[in-house]
Design a protein around this ligand. Structure first.
Ligand SMILES: Cc1ncc(COP(=O)(O)O)c(C=O)c1O
Length: 459
């Protein structure tokens, strides 16, 4: 594609495409023409090392040969089918996911498929209402569950609701254990999990607005939480937080929903990120990496007591493209790839440690990097002012924009860097590399980061 053609496309986009999606978050939207492994390429075939990977969907790298072959084969065999009919892959994928949930959480259940992450959240909300006849939810400050109206009501950021209300069933938002920037201004070393204690306090008196100790009933039906916050800035909670939260919820009859849409399928080195913390959810939502990002598919797993046919009967919910044949065959192949290599999770953890150690080393001279943390290949760099704490949004955006300028260099070759910006103050670079990233590509990422920091005059 020639330069002129690209300019024409930008002009057409400005005229014909809605600006309502996230493309125009940046001043200079980028157009890509190809992808492979850990890279996307622009029209001049410049490689951009991608540390966002289709917002965590392309977790096995772009154009994974086995996934592409699986997709091509399904295109020849059964490329489409109305979702009221059965096909083998749907059944086998549901079985595989239920077996994984049983292994991880020791519970029997069923799977219900849909297309996108927010739709899986909608289905979870419906399932909870069907069981409890209660639309009120708890959720975390800094959580993200999607942009449909129901998902927006349980996503804390008011920006997503502003001008779209009313949201009568807006969740009650509870501080997430974000220890670097604790809502209660405590220190993780000696806080004794103060935040979860404060949550438990809600159940002490009817006057705290969530529970009636006399009847033992909570005003809230369920708690929606991500195991590590994704859009909130790849925040890793303390190890003993979720078991405590799950215990409090169970004691007070509140269901626990584990939203694994972003962290699921090995991002943290375990199939479900909640496995790191040993808490057992009643419902798990998933999407993105289930199909390696090649075809939309989402779903939820729920305990049999909630989702058995007597409670969630035929037609309880439906979407035309749910359990689509291309998505389910890809999901099965992704699970097979993990099952064939029992060390897959540990390999992700090892690569994550190498990446994290490297990031800690190269950022040491920069006071502006206030926090470097991560679990598996879910990593974070929190960009601050000179004091190492006050959020620095302009610098974070500058790092993002400079990465896309593709003026970085390694081994005599020009590179770009695709980054993602997240966090409560939009001052966190969230690193979401391919789970199959090579050690040499981690080294390349570190080299490019060093140049990027210098180019942006970070100190
Ligand atoms: C944790 C979580 N839940 C739900 C969603 C919504 O998924 P989708 O964008 O596919 O609607 C996302 C998307 O980023 C997410 O990270």
């Amino acid at each position: 594609m020639k330069e002129a053609q690209e300019d024409d496309l930008f002009a057409l986009e400005a005229r014909y495409c809605s600006y309502g999606d996230t493309v125009h978050y940046t001043k200079n939207p980028k157009l890509f023409t190809a992808c492979e492994g850990s890279y996307v390429f622009d029209a001049s075939i410049t490689p951009f090392l991608d540390l966002n990977m289709q917002n965590a969907a392309a977790s096995l790298g772009y154009k994974h040969p086995r996934l592409i072959a699986t997709l091509k084969n399904q295109l020849d065999v059964l490329p489409q089918l109305a979702s009221q009919f059965l096909h083998k892959e749907k059944i086998l994928l549901a079985k595989g996911l239920c077996e994984q949930a049983e292994r991880a959480f020791g519970r029997f259940g069923r799977v219900h498929f849909n297309v996108g992450g927010a739709q899986a959240i909608e289905d979870a909300l419906k399932l909870i209402r069907r069981n409890t006849e209660n639309p009120l939810m708890f959720a975390f400050m800094g959580g993200y569950h999607g942009r449909t109206l129901g998902a927006t009501a349980i996503t804390s950021s008011y920006r997503y609701r502003e001008g779209l209300g009313p949201f009568p069933y807006r969740a009650l938002f509870i501080p997430y254990p974000y220890c670097f920037r604790c809502y209660y201004e405590k220190k993780a070393e000696d806080c004794g999990l103060y935040c979860v204690r404060m949550f438990e306090k809600l159940f002490e008196s009817e006057y705290y607005g969530a529970y009636n100790p006399k009847t033992g009933r909570s005003e809230f039906a369920a708690f929606f939480g991500e195991p590590l916050q994704g859009t909130g800035g790849y925040i890793v909670p303390p190890k003993d937080y979720f078991p405590e939260l799950a215990r409090i919820l169970k004691t007070h009859g509140v269901l626990f929903v584990d939203d694994e849409v972003q962290m699921g399928f090995m991002r943290t080195g375990r199939l479900f990120a909640m496995e790191h913390f040993g808490a057992s959810p009643d419902i798990v939502t998933f999407s993105k990496a289930l199909t390696g990002g090649l075809n939309p598919l989402s779903g939820l797993w729920a305990d049999e007591a909630l989702i058995g046919p007597e409670r969630f009967g035929p037609g309880s919910t439906h979407s035309t493209f749910s359990s689509n044949t291309l998505g389910t065959v890809l999901g099965l192949e992704v699970l097979k790839i993990f099952e064939e290599n029992p060390a897959f999770g540990d390999q992700v953890l090892k690569k994550g440690r190498k990446f994290l150690d490297g990031l800690k080393t190269i950022t040491r001279p920069y006071k502006m990097v206030g926090n470097v943390d991560g679990l598996g290949l879910a990593l974070r760099l929190e960009i601050c002012q000179e004091d190492g704490f006050t959020p620095n949004y302009p610098m974070t955006q500058r790092l993002f924009d400079e990465g896309l300028e593709a003026k970085l260099e390694a081994n005599g070759k020009r590179y770009g860097l695709v980054l993602a910006v997240g966090g409560y103050f939009k001052n966190v670079i969230t690193l979401i590399p391919s789970l199959l990233i090579e050690d040499s590509e981690i080294d390349l990422a570190l080299t490019l980061f060093e140049q990027l920091f210098k180019a942006c005059e970070m100190r």
